[in-house]
Ligand binder design. Structure first.
Ligand code: SF4
Ligand code: SF4
Length: 204
């Protein structure tokens, strides 16, 4: 389910994401997050740089911290997994219309990237995932996950999506005994979205 607001974190400094990781580690040590999220949002001028209102900016930061916390807590067991899948979001394709040559196979269910554009994020992430030995899926939404997992015996899953979808997908993956890692979108909106390929490299 998408947020009811759109965000674009491309103008936010890299220090914000480092700080997120630090705060996530603190939260893991059972400290309260509400005030920290508010102060992070203010310090890194999230409202000014994204146009979000206060409560949406804080919600976004809290969700990002939660994702980082989950990543940290599952990192060790994830690294021990052998058979892994990479789930990419269809909204990060370069084109959302028929210029995208990907075919959607409902039997899998996944888009199959036809590599029409070298500068397409989904194309680049698909190649990266395959190089690292992952089965790669380009999902139309988290509702595709149960069918894929039912048909394969994966142990580990890396998901790229907006924080809202990562929460839903992460819960499903956790409830089914799999180890997950996540890369949140830095720009949402369900089309022309963006994530950091460098972050994906580090997670894979
Ligand atoms: S590279 Fe793949 S995902 Fe990207 S627009 Fe082309 S076919 Fe679609
Ligand atoms: S932003 Fe992308 S991942 Fe999030 S709900 Fe929209 S289509 Fe799905």
């Amino acid at each position: 389910m998408p947020y009811r607001f759109s965000f674009d974190l491309s103008q936010i400094s890299k220090a914000f994401f480092k700080e997120l990781a630090r705060v996530a580690n603190e939260k893991r040590m059972h400290r309260k997050i509400g005030e920290r999220a508010r102060s992070l949002a203010e310090r890194f001028r999230i409202r000014e740089l994204t146009g979000l209102d206060v409560s949406d900016a804080i919600m976004l930061v809290e969700d990002l911290v939660d994702i980082y916390v989950r990543n940290l807590s599952q990192r060790k067991s994830f690294l021990e997994t052998k058979k892994r899948a990479l789930f990419l979001p269809h909204c990060a394709r370069k084109y959302m219309d028929n210029r995208c040559q990907a075919r959607f196979d409902p039997e899998i269910p996944s888009y199959q990237c036809a590599q029409c554009s070298p500068d397409c994020l989904v194309n680049q992430a698909t190649a990266l995932g395959r190089e690292r030995g992952y089965d790669v899926y380009v999902l139309a939404g988290s509702s595709c996950i149960p069918k894929i997992l039912k048909n394969h015996s994966y142990q580990g899953v890396v998901g790229v999506a907006c924080s809202q979808e990562l929460k839903v997908g992460g819960d499903y993956i956790g409830n089914n005994g799999l180890q997950g890692q996540a890369v949140p979108l830095t720009k949402n909106g369900c089309a022309n979205t963006w994530f950091s390929i460098e972050s994906l490299k580090r997670i894979l």
